[in-house]
Design a protein. Structure first.
Ligand SMILES: Cc1ncc(COP(=O)(O)O)c(C=O)c1O
Length: 908
């Protein structure tokens, strides 16, 4: 019931617990009807849900008043039947497709039972997509039912979609409805409504407060429109006014409004505009054309025999593949770049248009679709933005694609370290002080002009989200034209949460953009300059929350995301987002990067899935992401509060994932006593790092499993697929696909595993218990220290600064190709120990990347230290890229390189 005000997920529960609340109401109504319960309990349950129910079209005022009437007239049986029907309707969504569900008729239709089944692939065909439109109006509530009926009368058989109106009468109610009801995807504001809601329900404050919505001097419809777009930028907002609509439409603050209507005009226009607005999001230019293409009878004389499926379906030997995937896959296979299909390498038609729609959805100026994963998007961005000799400040712990990108382009990485989480053999994110120090070091060395890019991962694999705006603003204060590349491989979905959006590259860039346009920003900057004085020391600059000079800033932000990792794109579907005021200066380089990396035979299905993923997020993303967050909070609670599971497993809280100094708000965790959604939101707004709730580190070392072993157990025995592992943990991730059944399955499996452990310990006696304790101790305490990046060998630092650590990694990378300047040294053995103590220094020829943890513990040209060797020796993972156990560490011999260079100089 929604009165659980202290729950951390109180905000999310108001929506997600509706089905549960109505189940509870049904149970109470059944009990009353069977003389087992009291009418008062049922009435109390209904009045608890009543305020929030106003924000939903179904069951709506009419069915609710019939229910109230049946209760008032002691028709217990009738009340129970109607409550059940409403409850089933909410579970099955049958009201979306069947008009009779809204009628007051006999509740015992059989349909409710069949509709509980999930929609099959073909069943939804012919059913028009359903959504809800919020009408904010100033008419008396007694008129609303009639008003809703007038709106419904506008429906026409040829409409592509069907919508139900939701009516509210105040600013506060409008905000709550848009925040709580994800089915609302268009809003009509008729001027003249009051600010305050008619209700004084706690639900209002638990929605408005976390969203930062408070009464201000401006309570106009335009302010509401802007507020609504702030929380849900994908919404279409329409304004009905009986004032000077021409003037309003020309007002720059009316940007948030899609169309302004003169209130007394033909309502059909408004209806059509609403449908057209949804169609503009529903449109998937490339996918639509691919479907059309697949329907055409096409003869193919090109190099793609699988197209049209004839080679598959006619074959006795591979027909099963055709049957498995279905005919459409083959009909849609094509190597054509014309006839509506466009070219990914030089898009001018449907791909171009689809990319433009994606740019709109993700808040970018431009988007590149990429069909080989974010591994490629990153290499493209790095190649396009950096030239040989440029310096990039880069998280050493970032995905290998960035490091390889540096090799490709010949840029010099200035590695910065994330804070270590040694107990779990993983890294966090790079503290802002470390980043600022790197910039200040380069400045002191007179090399700031060579620095082009700051390259960070947001969120990290394990869920650390940067305070993106703060990082960019403080860096821009030191170097106003610095370019930012945010690898958001995991967090593309975050765009569709008003809470997480400010912590994304595009969300923060939009916030900075508005700040730059605000005249007050210049005064704020000037004040800070005066406070800091003319020549502030590095220490003063490190201590201050720096503001950039708005007159100098060039806002240049790039983001890459693995659309396939968090949205409904097929594996490898990725996007590269651009929001760069100087994009025209690098556009040609981006085209080169596309030509370098994109296959000349890109997969059509994949491109289409990027188009479709965008459509889904624009129309449904808000609710899907809320659900993913809510599922994550439920999993956290189900594991950590379960008496048996929590004996052996736990999901790490924010306080264990992020050191206290980076949690300025004092937020400890979602499950900490007293944590509410408001405290979580405060942390999202203020803290240097915030833990993405959907990424859950589950400690399994305490149950005697190392990460790889536990991942294998879950996959092989229980059909549960996990993400990454560390020495003593695994990463669980909730996404837009998860349901509560998944939680139930996980919990049941963990209980079963815990019971197994308990039985083994009970049956095995002292010996078993001692062995278990020793195993846990080894996994949890005997953990290797994480090695920092040491330094590049002097051979690769000829062009580097005195104190700044960048190096020419590309030269080292290619030295590895020349066997005459390389050697191998076994990792275990006296030779390696001797070299560490007495030299000559060992210099890595390769990237050495163990999985897990997945970051390079050696890069080409890096001098190996005791720390690095100790870590390698303690590693107990099987997969180590760049290391051949049989031959040992591949090293470059700097003396041999130098001698060879001398010889060839002489020969010239
Ligand atoms: C931070 C990060 N960036 C990029 C990638 C590569 O993305 P993709 O798998 O889409 O190529 C990954 C993959 O795990 C990653 O973790």
């Amino acid at each position: 019931m929604p009165n659980k005000t202290a729950q951390v997920d109180q905000f999310l529960l108001i929506h997600s617990a509706r089905a549960d609340n109505w189940r509870e109401i049904t149970t109470l109504a059944d009990a009353w009807a069977a003389n087992r319960g009291a009418r008062a309990a049922l009435e109390a349950a209904i009045s608890a849900v009543a305020p929030a129910e106003e924000y939903y079209a179904y069951p709506g005022r009419r069915l609710l008043s019939v229910l109230a009437e049946r209760i008032a007239t002691d028709d217990a049986g009738g009340a129970a039947r109607l409550a059940r029907r409403i409850s089933n309707g909410l579970l099955s969504h049958s009201y979306r497709g069947r008009q009779s569900e809204w009628d007051v008729h006999d509740e015992m239709s059989g349909a409710e039972v069949t509709d509980i089944m999930p929609p099959g692939t073909g069943e939804a065909r012919g059913r028009r997509p359903y959504f809800e439109v919020l009408f904010v109006n100033s008419q008396p509530a007694t008129r609303w039912e009639a008003f809703a009926a007038e709106i419904r009368r506008l429906r026409r058989p040829e409409d592509g979609f069907i919508y139900e109106p939701v009516l509210v009468g105040s600013f506060e109610d409008a905000f709550c409805a848009a925040a709580l009801n994800p089915d609302i995807i268009a809003i009509v504001l008729a001027e003249g409504f009051p600010y305050r809601s008619r209700h004084d329900a706690p639900v209002l404050r638990s929605v408005l407060d976390p969203l930062g919505e408070t009464e201000g001097p401006d309570m106009s419809a335009l302010r509401l429109a802007r507020g609504l777009k702030r929380i849900r930028p994908e919404l279409d907002v329409y304004l009905l006014s009986d004032r000077q609509v021409e003037k309003i439409a020309g007002d720059p603050t009316a940007d948030a409004v899609r169309r302004v209507f003169y209130a007394v005009e033909e309502p059909l226009e408004m209806h059509l505009a609403i449908l057209e607005g949804v169609q503009a999001r529903y449109e998937t230019p490339f996918f639509d054309n691919l479907k059309k293409y697949a329907r055409r009878p096409i003869g193919t004389f090109h190099a793609l025999p699988i197209a049209r499926g004839k080679s598959v379906f006619k074959s006795d030997w591979i027909r099963d593949m055709g049957e498995f995937y279905g005919l459409n896959l083959f009909l849609a296979e094509s190597s054509a770049t014309t006839g509506g299909l466009d070219s990914l390498l030089e898009p001018t038609g449907t791909i171009k248009r689809s990319q433009e729609l994606a740019a709109r959805a993700f808040g970018a100026d431009h988007v590149f679709f990429v069909t080989n994963g974010t591994s490629t998007s990153n290499k493209m961005a790095v190649q396009a933005l950096l030239a040989p000799g440029d310096i990039a400040v880069v998280d050493r712990n970032c995905h290998k694609s960035h490091h390889y990108g540096m090799v490709l382009t010949g840029a010099q990485p200035y590695y910065v370290e994330a804070f270590p989480m040694t107990e779990y053999s993983m890294y966090g994110a790079v503290p802002l002080a470390t980043i600022k120090r790197a910039l200040l070091t380069l400045r002191a060395e007179g090399r700031l002009d060579r620095l082009k890019l700051l390259d960070l991962t947001n969120c990290t694999f394990d869920g650390h989200m940067y305070n993106v705006r703060r990082v960019m603003e403080e860096c821009l204060a030191i170097k106003p034209d610095l370019i930012f590349l945010w690898d958001e491989a995991w967090s593309g979905f975050a765009r569709f949460s008003p809470f997480l959006r400010p912590r994304t590259a595009m969300g923060a860039a939009a916030d900075i953009e508005s700040w730059l346009q605000d005249p007050a920003s210049v005064s704020a900057y000037e004040k800070q300059r005066a406070d800091l004085g003319d020549e502030p020391s590095d220490e003063a600059l490190l201590a201050a929350r720096l503001l950039p000079d708005p007159r100098l800033v060039r806002l240049r932000v790039y983001q890459t995301n693995s659309t396939h990792k968090s949205m409904s794109a097929i594996r490898q579907g990725s996007m590269l987002l651009v929001k760069d005021v100087d994009f025209h200066t690098v556009e040609a380089q981006f085209h080169e990067a596309v030509f370098t990396h994109a296959s000349t035979s890109p997969n059509q299905q994949l491109i289409a899935s990027l188009d479709v993923a965008r459509r889904q997020m624009e129309l449904d993303g808000y609710g899907l992401v809320m659900n993913a967050i809510e599922i994550a909070l439920k999993i956290r609670r189900a594991i950590n509060e379960h008496p048996l599971i929590s004996k052996y497993f736990r999901v790490l809280g924010a306080d264990e994932m992020i050191p206290a100094q980076y949690r300025q708000s004092g937020f400890k965790d979602y499950l900490a006593p007293g944590a509410t959604w408001a405290t979580a939101v405060k942390a999202m707004n203020e803290d240097e790092f915030y833990l993405d709730p959907t990424r859950m580190t589950l400690v399994c070392g305490t149950a005697g499993f190392d990460g790889t072993q536990f991942k294998g157990l879950l996959a092989n025995e229980y059909d549960i697929q996990l993400n990454k592992t560390s020495r003593n943990s695994v990463l669980l991730q909730s996404n837009i696909n998860n349901t509560r059944s998944d939680i139930a399955h996980l919990v049941r499996v963990l209980v079963e595993i815990c019971r197994g452990i308990e039985k083994r310990l009970a049956d095995g006696g002292e010996g078993e218990r001692a062995a278990f304790a020793a195993r846990v101790k080894s996994l949890m305490t005997d953990v290797p220290d994480l090695p920092n990046f040491s330094h590049f060998h002097a051979l690769y630092r000829g062009d580097a600064g005195r104190k700044s650590p960048e190096g020419d990694m590309r030269a080292a990378f290619f030295h590895a190709y020349d066997a005459s300047v390389c050697e191998y040294v076994p990792l275990i053995g006296a030779e390696c120990d001797k070299r560490l103590k007495e030299g000559p220094e060992m210099v890595s020829a390769n990237f050495v990347i163990p999985y897990p943890p997945g970051f390079p513990i050696m890069v080409p040209g890096q001098v190996l230290t005791q720390e690095t060797i100790d870590f390698m020796r303690k590693l107990d993972v099987k997969e180590i890229h760049g290391y051949e156990k049989a031959r040992g560490l591949k090293l470059v011999k700097p003396d041999a390189v130098a001698a060879k260079a001398k010889r060839s100089a002489k020969a010239r």
